[in-house]
Design a protein around this ligand. Sequence first.
Ligand SMILES: [Zn+2]
Length: 93
Amino acid sequence: MPQQRTLTVKKGQKTYTRTLTSQTTEFTCQSCRRKTHREHFPGPTPKYCAMCAPIVRAEKNAERQATYREKRDTALMLETLIALTSATEDARR
Ligand SMILES: [Zn+2]
């Protein structure tokens, strides 16, 4: 059953109101390759079925967190190295 959602957009002084109606789209899940359908609001076609979507989301989150941690640790290590190097150079003077 299509659902409706009202969207209010403020652009400068003007405010626009738009009603979005959900639609059911049939697509192939990019994870399990099963043909499925999902109800969604206008925009890109969903990539994953209702079963796979939460799993894929959790996997992507874990991946993103791992990348973040790695970058943060590398930055910390570099900062420490730079601090140590300059401290050593200061001591030599
Ligand atoms: Zn799936």
